[in-house]
Design a protein around this ligand. Structure first.
Ligand code: SF4
Length: 426
């Protein structure tokens, strides 16, 4: 941000502008104003924010029940192959630092983490709560290990925590609940809030993006857009200003569970209160009863949110609320959220070139080209291979393929207007 404010167009900004087919000066200006954040990992660059393609993040990570590093590495690779823009390691099981190192190595795309997990999980193993300095050290350690962005739930304050008392589901954020326990036991303000200047110093030194977590995000439709959520949002706005003054790029995290009619208002409020900082929404899920299919519920919410201005969508998998996802669940979640992001981008930027190519390929029954245009072709290729058709059509309509019939009719009418059409004859 410091370089962008000075008018320097860095190589990262140039690469992002080229990838996104936008003017590099526009990206620089967005970074300078805090409306765009940029990340780089090896050859990969990722820009998130105003005027750029909507990005998608996939969560991976061990739990206390399943602490299998190899499986998490497979999830990272599958999520990247399915097109996720970033990956977050949310591990809470096993040796957390060893897992994070493996995930950073395995991921081609930028990596984010929630460092408070390390501080709390390591202390819980000893039967105690972490000290304030343990929490800050965990943030520093993750930055040292080379992550691109860290979630810090710095905007949850004592007052906001009190406001959750009237909720159906008080706190559903894992990091938020750990910090809430610390605040309640110690009867103190959130250490990430009171030490925010120190976090900015760390982020500035290491050029790491701070993602302001939403510890008080609603966990059900009934709690959506309530006073606790708004209290945290207002504090996020204050922290965004302090970060921008210090030249630290920040993202704001947001809900959660939100009924469709409130999504647009949530995005407008965040953009206004948080000075246009990129908005990272966790879904949002538009119904509480899609258990087993929450990737669909969140993709519906994600598409509406992105159309209204959200910049970064967090993947929700089909196993959300029930179990740690498997590799295939992560892939289904990534693809669902990429569809949501792309659908919103079409509406926002009329970026529908590939959709037009797909339509032309469909009209020609050109299967190879259709798979090339697909957002993720693996499943479609499998269907075609296993349940294809004897003819150029597919087995959905077989001989009665409307596209094939209309093409043949065009051929017939070009030769003889009177010739009767019969399926299969042509
Ligand atoms: S068979 Fe039916 S579903 Fe398949 S390509 Fe033809 S019209 Fe489309």
């Amino acid at each position: 941000m410091k370089l962008a404010k000075r008018g320097v167009v860095t190589s990262t900004v140039k690469k992002i502008a080229k990838d996104e087919k936008v003017n590099a000066e526009r990206v620089r200006n967005g970074v300078a104003k805090g409306k765009i954040v940029v990340m780089e990992k090896g050859e990969e660059v990722c820009g998130i924010g105003a005027g750029l393609r909507t990005k998608v993040n996939a969560n991976v990570g061990t739990s206390t029940d399943f602490a299998r590093v190899e499986e998490e590495v497979r999830k990272v690779k599958a999520a990247v192959e399915a097109g996720t823009d970033t990956v977050m390691d949310l591990s809470t099981g096993g040796n957390l630092e060893a897992v994070l190192k493996r995930i950073i190595r395995a991921s081609r795309v930028p990596v984010g983490t929630v460092p408070v997990y390390s501080a709390f999980v390591n202390s819980f193993k000893k039967g105690e709560l972490p000290r304030e300095e343990d929490i800050l050290k965990a943030v520093e350690r993750h930055m040292q290990l080379g992550v691109n962005f860290v979630t810090v739930h710095a905007a949850m304050r004592r007052k906001g925590l009190d406001l959750t008392k009237s909720r159906i589901m008080r706190i559903v954020s894992r990091g938020g609940c750990m910090l809430a326990a610390w605040m309640m036991k110690n009867e103190k303000e959130n250490p990430l809030y009171t030490n925010f200047d120190y976090l900015l110093e760390l982020a500035e030194d290491r050029d790491v993006i701070l993602s302001l977590g939403d510890a008080l995000r609603p966990g059900c439709l009934s709690d959506s857009t309530d006073r606790a959520q708004m209290h945290e949002l207002i504090t996020q706005g204050e922290l965004v200003k302090r970060a921008h003054e210090r030249n630290v790029s920040v993202i704001c995290e947001g809900p959660g569970h939100v009924p469709i009619e409130k999504i647009e208002a949530n995005i407008m409020l965040q953009k206004k209160i948080c000075s246009g900082a990129p908005f990272y929404v966790l879904g949002p899920l538009v119904t509480d009863i899609a258990v087993g299919y929450d990737h669909i519920s969140s993709a519906i919410g994600g598409a509406i949110a992105a159309k209204a201005g959200a910049d970064f969508l967090c993947v929700v998998t089909p196993s959300e609320h029930v179990a740690l996802p498997r590799v295939e669940d992560v892939v289904d979640g990534v693809v669902a959220m990429r569809i949501a992001a792309h659908a919103a981008d079409i509406a926002k930027r009329m970026d529908n070139e590939v959709d037009l190519e797909m339509s032309k390929a469909r009209a020609e029954l050109d299967w190879r080209k259709q798979f090339d245009c697909a957002i993720y072709d693996k499943k479609a290729r499998e269907y075609r291979k296993k349940r294809g058709s004897r003819s150029r059509a597919c087995s959905m309509c077989g001989d009665y393929c409307a596209i094939k019939i209309m093409k043949e009719l065009e051929g017939v009418s070009a030769h003889s207007k009177d010739e009767q059409y019969r399926p299969g004859k042509h």
